[in-house]
Design a protein around this ligand. Structure first.
Ligand code: ADP
Length: 498
């Protein structure tokens, strides 16, 4: 900023552009001033000047602020030579805690007009009994705004305005809002409304602290330029976001179409191969029974049989990937539907475990079920829940050493049922855990320790969606070097009513 002062050649003292506020001229006026600020010290300075001028003019002053701002005010008043203790004793200075005062008239997320009028009316009647004018500083509105309750903050500003117009002792009101609390551009409408609740709006220190009018004109020009470039940037960002949305939509459509196109021929290939495999097995059985059947041909039959079996296994894996793509496409279109029925979670989990045991005979897969299996009867889509258990379990197998066991625990705790899948893999850091449930995410440095490495990074995303549709939750407990436990919970029937 150029150091324009009254010494500079272009200085024009006649330009009265938003002159510095003189707190002493609040006089009789029932002003409602809002001061925006960047630093607490600037607010405390402005507030101290406001209160010091009030006490100097024999006004009664009420300060409703946070503990740190009240402490800052007392320190600053002392620096200014104002005896705030004496003012306090004589009833001229009343200090209240903003959060506590707020709690006395808030009902839910809204200020209650009657409670507010009663509480503030009593305060004003007490403080203003022997004075011609009063001053109040209120920070409750700012607290509400920071908590994300901007509507309630605006309502409270209006209640203050109503109170100002109704009280017999005129009083001016001073509010402060941190400029950073309006940083999100989407809140410009809130900012506008808050400004309109006040009779005077004071910009933050980047403007208010400038003394010379020319410096202020320059500051306004710079702010206008900044606003213009920000608006252009927002428009550009919106354009890019729109393009991204369209590209994402195309990708989702493509995944859906590709999934269908791939699945159909794969299903018929699988069927043909199964038939060929069965035919081969029959032929081998019949021919090898012949007395003069050559031994090397029998070996060849066996080799072909193994080939068919292996290829069928590969088709199964590809089918699972394609099914994930189709599920993703259904989720994106909001068409993943559940077929709910009363089923025992323990049985569903056990069936999924048995399937994995048969596919991975070399692995030690342990199961722990609750003793009373009736306790885990839930209203679920059993196929989908089995899909989740299978996904967690196959991940546990894939990302842990072959010689280490994997454990599946089913339990209940009175309000929910849970399934925990524990492995002794390398574990995941907090940063890696953060992205796990996003679609297409695969931990870049996570090596597959057992079996095939294929995966699209969709399993956990789909699992999370399935559980959310059931009203359940998912999570992970993991420490690098100590393995991982992936868990999910499902509400027990009637738990929500309790
Ligand atoms: P994928 O098909 O790639 O396994 P998932 O969504 O199931 O997709 O898993 C996403 C990623 O999370 C995996 O690629 C892997 O990096 C990590 N992951 C999942 N389960 C485990 C586990 N038990 N231990 C370590 N990493 C895991």
């Amino acid at each position: 900023m150029l150091p324009l002062t009254d010494q500079t050649p272009h200085y024009h003292p006649e330009r009265q552009l938003a002159p510095h506020i003189e707190w002493s001229d609040s006089g009789e006026a029932s002003e409602h001033v809002v001061q925006f600020y960047e630093s607490d010290s600037f607010l405390i300075n402005a507030l101290s000047n406001y209160i010091a001028a009030g006490l100097g003019a024999d006004d009664a002053c009420i300060v409703i602020a946070t503990p740190s701002h009240r402490a800052g005010l007392e320190r600053r008043l002392s620096d200014l030579g104002v005896d705030h203790r004496a003012a306090h004793r004589s009833g001229r200075l009343l200090m209240l805690d903003a959060a506590q005062t707020l709690s006395k008239f808030m009902v839910g997320d809204e200020p209650d007009p009657k409670r507010f009028a009663k509480l503030m009316g009593r305060l004003i009647a007490r403080a203003g009994s022997n004075v011609r004018h009063m001053r109040a500083f209120g920070e409750m509105v700012a607290l509400l705004h920071v908590e994300g309750k901007s509507g309630a903050a605006i309502r409270l500003e209006e209640l203050w305005n109503e109170l100002q117009s109704e009280t017999t002792v005129p009083f001016s009101l001073f509010c402060g809002y941190a400029m950073s609390s309006f940083a999100e551009h989407l809140r410009s409408d809130v900012f506008n409304e808050i400004c309109h609740c006040h009779s005077r709006v004071l910009p933050d220190e980047s403007y208010s602290a400038l003394a010379a009018p020319d410096a202020r004109l320059l500051a306004i020009s710079l702010l206008q330029q900044k606003a213009a470039s920000l608006e252009a940037e927002i428009a550009e960002r919106k354009r890019v976001e729109d393009q991204l949305r369209i590209a994402n939509q195309r990708l989702d459509d493509f995944i859906g179409v590709a999934g269908h196109e791939l699945r159909t021929p794969l299903t018929s290939s699988k069927l043909s191969l199964q038939l060929a495999g069965r035919g081969l097995a029959c032929m081998a059985k019949a021919l090898t029974a012949l007395p003069d059947f050559p031994g090397d041909l029998a070996v060849e039959f066996e080799r072909l049989g193994t080939l068919v079996h292996r290829t069928l296994g590969q088709i199964d894996r590809q089918q699972r990937l394609i099914d994930d793509m189709l599920d993703l496409s259904r989720i994106q279109a909001g068409k993943l539907e559940l077929r709910l029925a009363a089923r025992d979670l323990g049985h569903v989990a056990l069936e999924a475990v048995e399937e994995q045991r048969s596919l991975h005979p070399s692995r030690d897969i342990r199961v722990s079920l609750p003793e009373d299996s009736d306790a885990v009867v839930l209203c679920i889509d059993a196929d989908r829940i089995a899909q989740v258990v299978t996904n967690l379990l196959s991940n546990a197998l894939k990302y842990s050493p072959e010689d280490q066991p994997v454990t599946v625990r089913v339990a209940t705790d009175g309000s929910s049922a849970s399934v925990r899948v524990e492995d002794s893999g390398r574990g995941l850091s907090p940063e890696e855990q953060e992205h796990l449930w996003s679609r297409f995410y695969r931990v870049p440095t996570m090596a597959v320790q057992y079996g095939s490495g294929i995966g699209l990074g969709l399993g956990l995303y789909i699992s999370k969606t399935i559980l959310e549709l059931h009203g359940g939750q998912v999570g992970i407990e993991s420490v690098v070097g100590q393995g991982s436990t992936f868990w999910f919970t499902l509400p027990l029937p009637g738990a929500a009513d309790n």
